[in-house]
Design a protein around this ligand. Structure first.
Ligand code: ADP
Length: 726
C-alpha cells in the first residue's frame, strides 16, 4: 500500500513522505485496514523494527486531527519514553503538542492538560489515574507499547489494570512482540488482531557449536572453534555484533576479551573517535573496565552502568563507533540498537534456586535485534550451544513458538495495591462492584472464572480494613480512609505504609538515619542490596552495634528473615555512607556494587522517604520530628552531611560543589551572596554558569564586566578564566 492511498489527512502523508517513506510495509498496511483508523481496537503483534511505531503515529495523529482529545502512549522504560518523545516531536509542525512524563508518582500533573500526545511509563500513568487529573477524561486513545509485558511478574498487573480501566472509555492500540496467545489478548480487548512474522530485513537464524554453524535451512558454515570468531568475522566485514550473556560479570569479561581481538581491526580515526568517547565518561571502578574495553571498540551494557553511560553506549553503537556490545538481556527490551549479527551465548540463567531456560519470547526478542534496516540485506541471529544439544536449541528457540501470556494480576503485592486503589481512587463502592470490575480483567477473560481471585480479593479487603486503609459502613459500603487514600496516591504497597505507621512511635522517640534507612529497606517497595554469605557476620556485628537505633528486633539465625534483614542492614549502611559524604568510588569498592545499583537504591529511597514524610503528616506529627525527616530527605537526595544542607538548597549545587564551597570558607548562603565573583570562581567545580545561576537565585545583578569576561573566557580554554579575571 502506498502512503498516498492512506485514508488520512494529507498533512500526515506529507510528513511520512518527508521521512522518505513512500510505501507501507505489508503488516502496517494490514493494520491500518483493520478498522483502527475508524476507532476499532487493535492488537498488533509483529517483530521489532517492522514499523509498529509508525502505525501508532498514524493512528494517534489521525484521531487527534479528527476528534481532538488526547492520546496516551505507554512504554515500559524511562529510556523508551525519551526515545518516543523525540520521535513524536516531529508532529508538532501540525500543531500537535507532545509531552513525556516519567518520574514523581504523587502528582496530578495538570500541566499535561495542555498536550495532545502524552508519553508515559505504565507506572507513571497508573499513578496519574489515581490522582484523577481533569485531562484524563479527554484521553481518546491509549497505545500500549510492549503489551506482552502483561505477563511479567512484577510489572504485568499495572498494565493489565490500566487497560481494564480504559477499556470501553478510550480506543486501545496494543503493540506486542509475537506471543503464543495473541488471539486471547485481542478477544479480551475486543480488538482486531494483526499478526505477522514479516520483517523489513530478512533474518537468518542458526546454532553454533564448536566451530560449526548450523543454519535453520540446513546449510552449514565452518568457523574457528570459539564463538568469538563470529564476532571477529562480523567486524572484519565492517559490521557490528551484539552478544547476549546472562550476567553482568560475563558481559564485562566477554567485552574485555573481545576487545583485545577487535582492537587489531580498528583504523586510526576509529581509535581516535573511541578515545574521545572514553574521555567523556566519569571515572569509577565499573567504568574503568568499560574504558579498557572501549579502547578496542567493544562495550559492555548492563544495569550496573548509569543511565547516562548506557545511552552513550547505545548511541555510539548505532553510529558505528562501538563495534561490539556484550550485554545482559535488558538491552533487548530497551531502546532500538540493531546489529548485523546477534550472538546469544547463554540460553539459561540463574534464578533463585537454580538454572532455568530463558523464555522463547525473550530469546526471540534478542534475535529480533539482528539486521539494520536500510544497511543490511539480511541479519543473522546465532545461538551458541555450550552445554545443550544444538538440535534441541534449534527446535525450542528457532522453530518453536513463544510462550503464552498469563495474567499476573494475582501477584499478591500488585493485587493488594490495585485493590486499594480501586476502592480509594476509582469509586468502587462495595464488594459486588469490586467483583464486577475484576470480571473485566484479562485474568477473568483468560481463566473464565474468578473464584480464586475473588477469594484473594476478600483477604485483601480484610487486610485493608484491619489496618485502617478503608472501612465498611453498616450497609457494607466501602469507605476510603485518609491513610488508605494517601497510600494509594503515593503509589506504595499498603504493606509498606503499614510498616511505616507501625514504626512511627519508635521513630518519634529516636529519630536517626540508620533506623530510618533500615525501615525503608525493610519495605517491599525497596530493592535491597544482597548481603553475600561471607558478609553476613560483618552486617550482623553492625546490626548489634547499632541495635539501639533500629526500630525492629534483630531476627535469630534460624529465622527465615535473617538473611533478608542483613541485606536491609547492608542497604541502610550504604545510604548512611552516602549521607556522610563517603565518595561514590569508595562506596562501590567497599560494598562491591556498581554505580547503577547505587543510583537505583538512591532513587527508591528518595521516593520512599517522601512517602514516609507524607504519611507521618497524617498522624499528628511533631514539628521537630517532621523537620528532622525533611532535612534527612534533603541529605539523602544530595548525599551530604547536615552542615551542607543550606548550600545544597542553592541551584546547581550538589554534594561535590557544596563541599568545595564549604571547605573554602563559604559555609552559608549569606557568605556566598557577599563573596567576590573572583573568589567563588577559585573554588573547584564552580564556573561562571554556576555563579550566574547563584546571582539570579539571590536576585542580584551580576556586574556586566565580570559576566562578559567570564563568557569570553569560557568560550576559550578552560582554566584560563582565573588568569583572565586577575
Ligand atoms: P518497531 O516500533 O516495530 O520496533 P519502528 O517503528 O521503530 O519499529 O521502525 C523501525 C524503522 O523502520 C524506523 O526507522 C522507521 O522509520 C522505519 N520504517 C517504518 N515504516 C517504514 C516503511 N513503511 N518504509 C520504510 N521504513 C519504515
Amino acid at each position: 500500500m502506498k502512503v498516498d492511498e492512506l485514508p488520512v489527512d494529507e498533512r500526515i502523508k506529507r510528513i511520512i513522505r518527508e521521512r522518505g517513506i513512500e510505501e507501507l510495509y505489508p503488516p502496517q498496511a494490514e493494520a491500518l485496514k483493520s478498522g483502527v483508523l475508524d476507532g476499532k481496537n487493535l492488537v498488533l503483534a509483529i517483530p521489532t523494527a517492522s514499523g509498529k511505531t509508525l502505525v501508532s503515529e498514524i493512528v494517534m495523529v489521525n484521531k487527534l486531527l479528527r476528534e481532538g482529545g488526547k492520546a496516551v502512549y505507554l512504554v515500559p522504560l524511562k529510556a523508551l519514553a525519551e526515545e518516543k518523545y523525540r520521535e513524536f516531536k516531529e508532529w508538532e509542525s501540525l500543531g500537535i503538542r507532545v509531552a513525556a512524563t516519567t518520574g514523581d508518582y504523587d502528582s496530578t500533573d495538570e500541566w499535561l492538560g495542555r498536550y495532545d500526545i502524552i508519553v508515559a511509563t505504565a507506572e507513571k500513568f497508573d499513578s496519574l489515574l489515581r490522582h484523577s487529573p481533569k485531562w484524563v477524561k479527554d484521553v481518546k486513545l491509549v497505545v500500549a507499547d510492549e503489551v506482552h509485558l502483561i505477563g511479567s511478574y512484577d510489572r504485568g498487573a499495572t498494565l493489565e489494570m490500566i487497560l481494564s480501566h480504559m477499556l470501553g472509555k478510550a480506543q486501545i492500540l496494543a503493540l506486542s512482540a509475537t506471543v503464543g496467545n495473541a488471539e486471547e489478548l485481542a478477544e479480551w480487548l475486543d480488538a482486531a488482531l494483526v499478526m505477522s512474522d514479516w520483517r523489513p530485513v530478512e533474518l537468518r537464524k542458526g546454532v553454533f557449536q564448536l566451530g560449526t554453524l548450523f543454519w535453520e535451512d540446513g546449510k552449514i558454515d565452518r568457523y574457528p572453534e570459539n564463538w568469538a570468531s563470529l564476532v571477529i568475522d562480523a567486524v572484519k566485514r565492517g559490521k557490528g555484533a551484539l552478544v547476549f550473556v546472562n550476567t553482568r560479570r560475563s558481559a564485562e569479561k566477554e567485552a574485555l576479551s573481545l576487545s583485545s581481538k577487535v582492537s587489531k581491526l580498528l583504523t586510526k580515526p576509529e581509535a581516535r573517535q573511541l578515545e574521545e568517547l572514553i574521555s567523556s565518561i566519569e571515572d569509577n571502578p565499573t567504568t574503568e573496565k568499560l574504558k579498557r574495553a572501549l579502547k578496542g571498540g567493544v562495550a559492555f551494557h548492563h544495569a550496573g552502568l548509569s543511565r547516562a553511560e548506557r545511552t552513550l553506549i547505545e548511541d555510539a553503537f548505532r553510529e558505528g563507533v562501538i563495534k561490539v556490545i556484550a550485554a545482559t538481556p535488558t538491552l533487548a527490551a530497551g531502546v532500538n540498537t540493531p546489529a548485523f549479527r546477534v550472538i546469544i551465548r547463554d540460553t539459561k540463567r540463574y534464578a533463585g534456586f537454580g538454572w532455568t531456560d530463558i523464555p522463547v519470547l525473550e530469546i526471540q526478542q534478542m534475535m529480533g535485534r539482528a539486521g539494520r534496516p536500510r544497511y543490511d540485506k539480511v541479519g543473522e541471529a546465532i545461538i551458541v550451544a555450550r552445554t545443550d544439544d544444538p538440535k534441541k536449541l534449534m527446535e525450542k528457540y528457532i522453530h518453536g513458538k513463544p510462550e503464552k501470556l498469563f495474567s499476573m494480576l494475582a501477584n499478591e503485592q500488585a493485587f493488594r495495591s490495585q485493590i486499594l486503589a480501586l476502592i480509594t481512587n476509582f469509586g468502587i463502592g462495595n464488594f459486588r462492584e469490586l467483583v464486577s470490575f475484576l470480571e473485566k480483567t484479562f485474568y477473568a477473560h483468560q481463566k473464565g472464572d474468578i473464584a480464586a481471585l475473588e477469594y484473594k480479593a476478600k483477604n485483601v479487603v480484610y487486610f485493608l480494613i484491619e489496618n485502617e486503609f478503608i472501612d465498611m459502613d453498616t450497609s457494607d459500603r466501602f469507605m476510603a480512609l485518609p491513610f488508605g487514600k494517601r497510600t494509594s496516591q503515593l503509589y506504595i504497597d499498603p504493606l509498606t505504609a503499614k510498616k511505616f505507621r507501625d514504626a512511627f512511635p519508635q521513630l518519634e522517640r529516636n529519630p536517626n538515619p540508620f533506623g530510618i534507612f533500615q525501615l525503608l529497606a525493610s519495605t517491599p517497595d525497596m530493592a535491597t542490596l544482597t548481603a553475600r554469605k561471607r558478609e553476613l557476620e560483618d552486617y550482623l556485628d553492625l546490626a548489634y552495634e547499632f541495635e539501639e537505633r533500629l526500630y525492629t528486633n534483630i531476627p535469630y539465625y534460624e529465622d527465615s528473615r535473617f538473611q533478608g534483614f542483613l541485606s536491609q542492614v547492608k542497604t541502610a549502611k550504604v545510604l548512611l555512607d552516602w549521607i556522610n559524604e563517603v565518595p561514590e568510588t569508595r562506596i562501590y569498592e567497599t560494598y562491591n556494587i556498581d554505580p547503577g545499583d547505587l543510583y537505583r537504591i538512591l532513587e527508591l529511597a528518595d521516593w520512599l522517604m517522601y512517602a514516609l514524610i507524607e504519611l507521618y503528616k497524617l498522624f499528628e506529627p511533631k514539628d521537630d520530628v517532621l523537620q528532622y525527616l525533611r532535612d534527612l530527605h534533603l541529605r539523602l537526595r544530595h548525599g551530604v552531611r547536615e552542615e551542607l544542607l543550606e548550600l545544597v538548597r542553592l541551584p546547581n549545587i550538589g554534594r561535590k560543589r557544596a563541599r568545595a564551597l564549604y571547605n573554602a570558607g563559604f559555609t552559608t548562603q549569606d557568605a556566598i551572596m557577599r563573596a567576590k565573583v573572583r573568589d567563588l570562581l577559585e573554588v573547584e567545580g564552580i564556573g561562571i554558569k554556576v555563579v550566574e545561576g547563584l546571582f539570579r537565585y539571590f536576585g542580584v545583578e551580576m556586574p556586566g564586566k565580570v559576566r562578559e569576561a567570564g563568557k569570553k573566557a569560557e568560550t576559550r580554554k578552560k582554566g584560563t578564566l582565573d588568569a583572565f579575571l586577575k
